[in-house]
Design a protein around this ligand. Structure first.
Ligand SMILES: NC(=O)c1ccc[n+]([C@@H]2O[C@H](COP(=O)([O-])OP(=O)(O)OC[C@H]3O[C@@H](n4cnc5c(N)ncnc54)[C@H](O)[C@@H]3O)[C@@H](O)[C@H]2O)c1
Length: 244
């Protein structure tokens, strides 16, 4: 059987583009998302490719939801582990710190940091058992700090520490753990950015354009491949040079 990849936040943006690309490449793909239409998204990808693709609802911030999701997914596919995990699910709840509510702080930390913990815990033993694995964690250029994103920056900086620690601990099992730092990528996540601000950001990007979800999916797919067998603990920027 082909290698199996589990992608969270797979119903939209970067997660969807990654799932599609991986399915085209012949991976079996498990799509997880809190969206109700995730099964349809999976069917859509399956019909475009010749790979097996399933979609199941999950709330990555919730331990029990992740456990149930993983158990159901491997049962449906008749397998006992997955080879690849892309911790991609994400939200923003931007506000200047003086106005940020405890709920906005909590939601963002939970989806990104608890989400990465909850999902990685499901898959890691199986990867160790088979002495092969790829874990990709989505950080953000905002990890360096960004006005209105104290919650998001803290979560995305946490993802860097999480990645580097797992890379140290799991390398001996042939599990590569890497983080992606996307810049300004054209997905629903940035749809609410006002046109004026969008222009200012684009002007700071040497390539003078926003990134596409496919720009990021291409890098994720490479890092998940057999070829990426000596990249571990790396922070890969996909920003068009926004952060230099
Ligand atoms: N778009 C950008 O410019 C950008 C930049 C840097 C980092 N990122 C990161 O890339 C990742 C993907 O973002 P995107 O731009 O594709 O956004 P997106 O909004 O298009 O997709 C995010 C997906 O995550 C899902 N999700 C949200 N909360 C969830 C939960 N609790 N459980 C399961 N699924 C959940 C959403 O339903 C959605 O389908 C995120 O981690 C984001 O922080 C994006």
């Amino acid at each position: 059987m082909s290698r199996v990849a589990l992608v969270t936040g797979a119903g939209s943006g970067i997660g969807y583009a990654t799932s599609l690309k991986m399915a085209y490449k012949g991976y079996t793909v498990i799509l997880g998302d809190i969206r109700e239409d995730i099964k349809e998204k999976a069917r859509e990808i399956e019909s475009k490719t010749s790979s097996r693709v399933i979609g199941l609802q999950v709330d990555v911030s919730d331990w029990n939801s992740c456990k149930e999701f993983y158990e159901n997914a491997i049962k449906i596919l008749g397998i006992d582990h997955v080879d690849i995990l892309v911790n991609n699910a994400g939200i923003i709840r931007d506000a200047l710190f003086v106005k940020m509510t405890p709920e906005q702080w909590d939601q963002v930390i939970k989806v990104h940091l608890y989400g990465a913990f909850n999902c990685t815990k499901q898959v890691v033993e199986g990867m160790i058992k088979y002495n092969w694995g790829r874990i990709i964690n989505m950080s953000s250029a905002s990890w360096l700090g960004n006005n209105g994103q104290a919650n998001y920056a803290a979560a995305k900086a946490g993802i860097i520490g999480f990645t580097k620690t797992l890379a140290r601990e799991l390398g001996k099992y042939n599990i590569m753990v890497n983080a992606i730092v996307p810049g300004f990528i054209d997905t629903p996540m940035i749809a609410s950015v006002p046109e004026k601000v969008r222009k200012i950001i684009i002007d700071r990007i040497p390539l003078k354009r926003v990134g596409s979800p496919e720009d990021v999916a291409n890098v994720i797919t490479f890092l998940c491949s057999e070829e990426a067998s000596y990249i571990n603990g790396a922070i890969i920027e996909v920003t068009g040079g926004l952060v230099l």
